[in-house]
Design a protein. Structure first.
Ligand SMILES: Cc1cc2nc3c(=O)[nH]c(=O)nc-3n(C[C@H](O)[C@H](O)[C@H](O)COP(=O)(O)O)c2cc1C
Length: 205
């Protein structure tokens, strides 16, 4: 049984209001290649698999990043720190400045190939686009991770339509040892993206 437009609108509003209760990390997805260089703020990042390392991100089909991702076939996911809220706002369309589109906000590392990688992020993942699944207004992009780099700083959170920071009650021993081995991403590491995936079947534009 199909729902009336009014019912659909009420359900959509209830859905978005309820989902505002979720707590998510914030990332900037960046891509570069034949389509051009684009960045977009996303909170829909999730780990899919460690063997092989796969990551997913949901991107609205109307955004410029969607077309760019399908065409470029490579992207990076850069998890933001609490000190990088200005990047979240700039790449999330919450800033009047257009500087985000020129990657003038934040310190970006540009290699000869692949997507730009953000310096001083909590973590960065360089990916080759492997799958694209249509899902409502968005496409679920699955990337195969080719490079990982861990930075420093606490992760920026987004909940109740506001940014926040984690309040730790306990510290896992692994977290302490990870802090001691953190590396800053280097230009050399970004140059080793193995191949461009090109256009992906199933990626809608
Ligand atoms: C905290 C935050 C999280 C967001 N998460 C997503 C997301 O997961 N997927 C998405 O498509 N857009 C997401 N957006 C919206 C896009 O960042 C925004 O629509 C985009 O910058 C607009 O790009 P455009 O100029 O190409 O339309 C998010 C925005 C913010 C501020």
């Amino acid at each position: 049984m199909s729902q009336s437009p009014a019912t659909t609108e009420v359900l959509r509003e209830e859905f978005t209001a309820a989902m505002a209760g979720a707590v998510n990390g914030v990332a900037v997805l960046a891509t570069d290649g034949p389509w051009g260089r684009v960045g977009i703020t996303v909170s829909s990042v999730s780990s899919v698999s460690a063997e092989p390392p796969l990551i997913l991100v949901c991107v609205n089909r109307k955004s410029r990043a969607h077309a760019a991702l399908c065409e470029n076939g490579v992207f990076s996911v850069n998890l933001l720190t609490v000190d990088q809220k200005d990047l979240a706002q700039a790449f999330g369309g919450q800033s009047s400045s257009r500087q985000a589109y020129e990657f003038l906000v934040g310190e970006w590392i540009f290699g000869l190939s692949g997507a730009p990688v953000l310096a001083d992020a909590v973590a960065t993942f360089a990916c080759v686009l492997e799958q694209a699944h249509d899902a409502g207004s968005h496409t679920i992009f699955v990337g195969r991770v080719t490079e990982v780099s861990a930075g420093s700083g606490d992760p920026l959170l987004y909940t109740a339509r506001a940014y926040g920071r984690p309040l730790r009650w306990t510290t896992h021993p692994d977290a302490r040892s990870r802090r001691n081995t953190r590396r800053r991403p280097t230009a050399a590491r970004t140059l080793r993206t193995p191949r461009r995936g090109g256009r992906v079947a199933g990626g809608s534009q």
